[in-house]
Design a protein around this ligand. Structure first.
Ligand code: HEM
Ligand code: HEM
Length: 213
């Protein structure tokens, strides 16, 4: 906690303005993927799976950045800290807020919750598609369209319990997707409240920066 507030070399403590390009790019790419897959394209369709794979690449990049990126983008700059989260929320309820060099403790908890759910959605998506890449899925569809149904005969095709079992990842996928949307709404509300209390936009540094302009 003291470390977190101290980093910045003892000068004014504030999050980056703007956030570095990788944080900004990956944030808005994740938002675009969630909106596209939740609201726009057919669930489970080819575009849905392509977007899902793009999401996995973006998340992988952000997680690497969390280990090797600039200091404020690293996981160590915003560790999950339930006590600090509660005290931050209590401060907010009293109309007070203060700056942190990275995500504030409540924001950090939200970020980790969203990341965990995004990983759950990706893993269950992979289970449902048997880990096949969108390219393989497209090739199989093209083969079926050309009349070759043999590509759909899998080694375990005789296993009749499969239908029951395959419902579980689908249920988890759906619940996680709904939770992501719910938490994202709370996240946006949190950004709005925090911006109001701090009297500056948290959004602008996530777009291109310089809150002084
Ligand atoms: C941005 C992240 C994603 C979101 C928000 C999302 C959301 C959804 C939703 C809401 C459904 C409908 C569930 C239902 O009504 O049963 C669905 C279905 C599906 N998703 Fe995703 N998804 C995401 C990522 C992925 C990924 C990464 C994959 C695959 C690699 C995937 C594969 C599928 C499949 C195959 C279905 C069809 C399930 C079925 O009805 O048989 N999704 N998704
Ligand atoms: C599906 C919707 C969304 C998801 C999954 C999401 C997820 C995230 C994540 C994971 C971070 C951490 C960024 C990082 O360190 O890489 C973050 C930060 C942030 N997001 Fe979102 N976000 C969503 C929608 C939005 C929207 C619509 C806005 C616009 C109001 C927004 C504004 C922000 C801001 C301003 C931050 C930085 C907060 C801070 O200063 O600590 N997000 N979001």
């Amino acid at each position: 906690m003291t470390d977190r507030l101290a980093f910045g070399g003892g000068g004014a403590v504030a999050p980056p303005d703007p956030w570095d390009p990788v944080v900004r790019l990956t944030h808005w790419a994740v938002v675009a993927a969630v909106v596209t897959n939740y609201l726009v394209v057919k669930p489970g369709g080819a575009v849905h799976v392509w977007v899902g794979w793009a999401l996995m690449a973006v998340l992988a990049l952000r997680f690497l950045w969390g280990l090797a990126g600039p200091r404020e983008a690293r996981f160590s700059a915003f560790p999950p800290d339930p006590r600090a989260t509660l005290s931050h929320l209590a401060d907010m309820a009293r109309g007070r807020a203060r700056d942190y060099p990275s995500h504030n403790p409540a924001g950090a908890m939200m970020v980790y919750a969203l990341w965990v759910l995004l990983v759950v959605v990706a893993l269950t998506g992979l289970v449902m598609t048997g880990g096949q890449s969108p390219v393989t899925i497209a090739e199989e569809k093209a083969a079926v369209a050309a009349g070759d149904w043999s590509v759909l005969v899998k080694e375990d095709a005789g296993d009749h319990d499969e239908d029951d079992r395959s419902d579980i990842p689908e249920e988890i996928h759906e619940v996680a997707a709904n939770l992501i949307v719910l938490l994202a709404l709370l996240h946006v509300a949190g950004v709005a409240v925090e911006s109001r209390l701090l009297r500056r936009s948290l959004l602008r540094p996530m777009i291109r920066g310089s809150r002084s302009s």
